[in-house]
Design a protein around this ligand. Structure first.
Ligand code: CA
Length: 224
């Protein structure tokens, strides 16, 4: 899951980015509103954390522009304490959730997980597919109750596949959601990671649909 963090406070940005990476997300950081707008308009983020008080372009204007341009990714806004009218303008501009500063990182991570799973149409906190289980709260996955030892990239890959298990996901889409903007992306490497993941979760659990992409193999009764 790839997250855009738009925040101008350097200390807070550093700390949040580290926590998000620890939690298994890929993170791009924008220190001002113009860069935030540019990245959000051009890169496919699974969610955005948007500080409203940003230099160059304020957060509400950034959000309004995205929504006008048809960008629909979920956005969690960060507002200053006591500024209730900021929350109202934020929601009116198209925000999905908010947090008031100062906040606990744990709460931000919990709200982000909820936002991501609602957006993907999941009600439960733990994702399951047959014997596969993935818990984003602990960034852990298991098969038949046996914990899987996954690298961070394998975890991100499995998380994305399980989050979107009803559909076929192209290599390009996977590449865009597994790496940050600075990574030299080569969609062929996705195939390598799919191969490694298959060795760990079972060879039949991921289908390759030639020319289209991958999906978690539907279970009995799930096939359309
Ligand atoms: Ca700020």
């Amino acid at each position: 899951m790839r997250i855009l963090l738009a925040e101008d406070d350097p200390d807070l940005s550093r700390q949040l980015k580290a926590s998000l990476l620890d939690a298994g997300y890929v993170v791009d950081h924008a220190p001002d509103g113009e860069e935030a707008h540019y990245l959000g308009a051009n890169e496919p983020y699974d969610a955005v954390i948007l500080d409203l008080g940003l230099p160059k372009m304020d957060g509400v204007s950034v959000l309004e522009r995205w929504r006008r341009e048809g960008r629909a990714m979920p956005v969690l806004i960060l507002t200053a304490r006591g500024a209730w009218s900021e929350k109202v303008s934020g929601f009116d501009a198209g925000a999905d959730d908010y947090l008031t500063k100062p906040f606990h990182t744990e709460e931000l991570l919990a709200r982000l997980r909820a936002l991501l799973r609602r957006t993907a149409g999941h009600a439960a906190a733990v994702l399951t597919s047959g014997a596969l289980r993935l818990d984003p709260r602990a960034a852990r996955a298991s098969v038949d109750g046996e914990p899987l030892r996954l690298t961070s990239l394998e975890y991100r890959l499995l998380h994305y596949l399980m989050m979107h298990q009803a559909r076929v996901i192209s290599r390009t889409e996977l590449t865009e959601h597994l790496y940050d903007q600075d990574f030299d992306r080569d969609s062929n490497t996705v195939e390598v990671f799919i191969g490694r993941l298959r060795k760990k979760i079972g060879p039949d659990r991921i289908e390759t649909l030639r020319g289209l992409g991958y999906r978690l193999t539907p279970l009995e009764g799930e096939r359309a």
